[in-house]
Design a binder for this molecule. Structure first.
Ligand code: GDP
Length: 298
């Protein structure tokens, strides 16, 4: 059954039954490992990662009698070990403006994330300019304007259907004139039209590099955690289209299946800069591997 909203119940309620008395010990045997594996797969960890996690848990411990708490701790430690290397905030470099290109499929949370990040940078005393580079979706542009207002940040737009790269060119100039600390660029997310998207992103990057060869300084891929294993193929796809430098995982408030983050970390090792935990402007948090591991292990 589904956990109550807001309650992140881990796997152990189901593996070990409702009787979660910490004094009860269970043998760490193949059967137990298999149930664990299944549950990790159910939580979207993917087969390979689930197998690796349980194999590591079993190492030197097969046949041992462990309490529920000990098993939970083992699992959480294993998960944390995979997640720690990727838990890194977005790096900022000395160049001005810092160019942050934001990519991802439509609906993943790009616009929302840009608004939240802009607000955090503003709160840290930085000046920000946003470019509404998804010129094909009027709704995305409007939404970005709303976020810009909330965050107190100017949003540069272009007429619907116009060339995104020329908007980005203007935005680079504006950010320079304004001596802005950051320029955040929204992009189209039409993955179903890959060659167009690839061309568009390549053109945007060329335009950015005309101003600053070291830019974009960050290319953030925004992924919706509720899409489960799909997130893995999105990383594959966007890495072919752009130089993804880090991830933002959104909608972690809406899923008990955050296991896909472990699969992502295990497979790609890309830094997770932040996690989205709601629709409001403050609902963007740094990624805390230990807290995440504990929540996932239940
Ligand atoms: P875009 O198409 O990639 O720009 O996606 P949007 O930013 O428009 O987000 C799509 C939907 O997801 C909107 O309804 C957002 O409010 C919602 N959303 C974005 N991030 C989060 C998050 O972290 N948690 C939740 N619950 N919803 C989110």
């Amino acid at each position: 059954e589904d956990p109550e909203p807001g309650e992140r119940r881990g796997f152990f309620g189901r593996v070990l039954g409702r009787d979660r008395k910490p004094v009860i010990r269970r043998e760490l045997d193949d059967e137990m490992l298999e149930s664990l594996e299944e549950l990790l797969i159910t939580a979207d960890m993917g087969v390979d990662t689930a197998l690796r996690v349980t194999a590591n848990m079993a190492e030197g411990r097969l046949g041992k009698r462990l309490s529920v708490e000990e098993i939970k701790t083992l699992l959480a430690d294993e998960i944390a070990r995979i997640m720690e290397p990727v838990a890194r905030p977005m790096p900022l470099y000395p160049q001005k403006p810092q160019v942050v290109l934001v990519v991802g499929v439509n609906g993943s949370g790009k616009t929302t994330t840009i608004g939240k990040l802009a607000s955090q940078f503003r709160a840290a005393g930085k000046t920000v300019v946003i470019a509404a580079g998804d010129t094909f979706r009027a709704a995305a542009v409007e939404q970005l304007q709303v976020w810009g207002e909330r965050a107190g940040v100017p949003v540069l737009t272009a007429p619907e259907g116009s060339d995104a790269a020329s908007l980005v060119y203007d935005a680079m100039q504006r950010a320079r004139t304004d001596q802005a600390d950051l320029l955040m660029i929204d992009t189209a997310g039409r993955l179903q039209n890959r060659s167009d998207l690839m061309e568009e992103l390549a053109k945007i990057v060329r335009v950015i590099r005309k101003h600053d060869e070291s830019a974009p300084h960050n290319t953030l891929l925004v992924l919706d955690a509720t899409t489960g294993q799909n997130a893995l193929s999105q990383v594959d796809a966007f890495r072919k289209l752009s130089d993804v430098s880090g991830l933002v995982m959104t909608k972690l408030d809406g899923t008990a299946k955050g296991g896909v983050l472990v699969a992502l970390a295990d497979r790609f090792g890309l830094p997770i800069h932040a996690i989205g935990v709601g629709e409001q402007i403050d609902d963007l948090s740094p990624f805390d591997p230990e807290e995440f591991a504990k929540a996932l292990a239940g």
